[in-house]
Design a protein around this ligand. Sequence first.
Ligand code: NAD
Length: 403
Amino acid sequence: MARPGIGIWLIGAKGGVASTTIVGLAALKRRLVPPFGLVSSLPQFGHLRLAGWNDFAVAGHEIRDVRLVDEAMKLATTSRAIDPRLIESCQAELAEIDGRVRPGTIYQVGQTIEALAGDAVPRGESARDAIDRVRDDMARFVETARLEHLVVVNVASTERPVDPASLPPTWAELEPLLDRAGPSPLPASSLYAIAALGAGHSYVNFTPSLGSAPEAIDELARLGNTRHMGCDGKTGETLMKSVLAPMFGLRHLQVMSWVGHNIFGNMDGQVLDDPGNKAAKVASKDHLLGDILGYKPQTHVSIEYIESLGDWKTAWDHVHFAGFLGTPMTLQFIWQGCDSLLAAPLVLDLIRFTELAHRRGETGRLTFLASFFKSPYGVREHGFVRQFQMLEAWARKRPGANG
Ligand code: NAD
C-alpha cells in the first residue's frame, strides 16, 4: 500500500455519512466494490490526475462517545444499507481511524446537538480556545501521518441557521469577535472552518450549517492561499428538483406549486426534528425553485423524523403545473434513497476534486463544485445540468505541472 499523502479530516467523524465514507474508502482501497455513485470515476474525468484511494488517510472530530465500528455496523443491522461483511473486512482500519478521532467542539451548537456530546468534549471553552485546540489536533495528524495536504470536511449535525449577511464582511472585522467577552456569533461549524483555513487546509461544508459561508471567512481562505466550498450536499429530493425544474422552465410550463414531504429515521432526522435545526435544512431545500424558474411558485417542504425508517429516506413530491390553454396538470414522484449511501461517494468526489484544486493552486470558493450542493457558495445557477457543465469545463482546463 502506498504511503498516505493526503489527509481527510471528517468533522462528525462517526455519523452516518462519515462512517459510510470511511467504510466506502476502505472497500475502494481493497477493490471490493464497484465505483457506482462516484462522479470522479466517470470517464470524462479519467484524464485528470486525481488522487488514488490508497493515497488517503482519515481522522477527524466527533462529540459522541461511541465506537466507529459500532456506528458503521448500525448501517448494516438497523438500516440494512451496507453488507456487514464489508464492515467486518475493514474492522482493523476502522479501529485505527477511531484512535485518531479527537473530541470536537460544541461551541454555539444549540441544546439538541449539545445533548449528544460525551464527557470528553470540553464545556465552556472560548471561541478562540476551541479554534486553537481543533487546529492543533489537525496539525498533529498532518505531522504524524506526514501528509502533503489536508482536506477538512464538515459532515456534523445541522446547526441552527445564522444569516451570513448579519456578520462583518471582512476578516479584519470578524476576527476580533472571537476574543470578545460573551459568546461570539459564530457556531462550531465556522470555528472549524477558521481553524482549517487559517492553517492552510482545504475546507468543504457538506451541511447547511454556517461553516465558511461568511464573506470574511472566504477572505481568510484567499489570504492564506487556500480554498473552500459548500454548502449542503445535493443528494436526493433537491437533486431531482434541480433536474426537473429546468425542464418545466424550458417547456414554458408554469409551475404553480411544488410540495415535498420527506420522512426518514436516522440521527440526522432526529436532530432536524428540532424546529430550530430544521429551519436551516428547509431553507436550503426550498430556495432553488424560484432561482431556477425565475418566479416563485407556492412551495412547501416538510421533514419528519420517522424512527423505523432508519437511514432510508422517502420523499414524495407533488408538482402542480399549468400547460397550454392554462390546463392544470400534475407530476408526482417518490424518491426512496439511502441517505448515507447517496452522500458518501459525493464526499469522496469533493475531496478528490478539492485536492486537485489545491495542486492547481486554486484559492477561494471552488464554484466549479456547484453541482454537489443545494446552496453552492457564490453561484446563482441551480440547474443541475448547467452546474455539471461547470465541473466539466473545469476538468478540461489545461492543467499546470502539478494538476
Ligand atoms: P448524523 O447525525 O448521522 O451524523 C452527524 C455526526 O456529527 C454525529 O456523529 C454527531 O455526533 C456529530 N457532531 C455533531 N455536532 C458536532 C460537532 N460540533 N463537532 C463534531 N461532531 C459533531 O448525520 P448524517 O446523516 O451523517 O449527516 C451529516 C450532515 O450532512 C448533516 O448536517 C446533514 O444534514 C448533512 N447532509 C446529509 C445528506 C445525506 O445524508 N444525504 C445530504 C446533505 C447534507
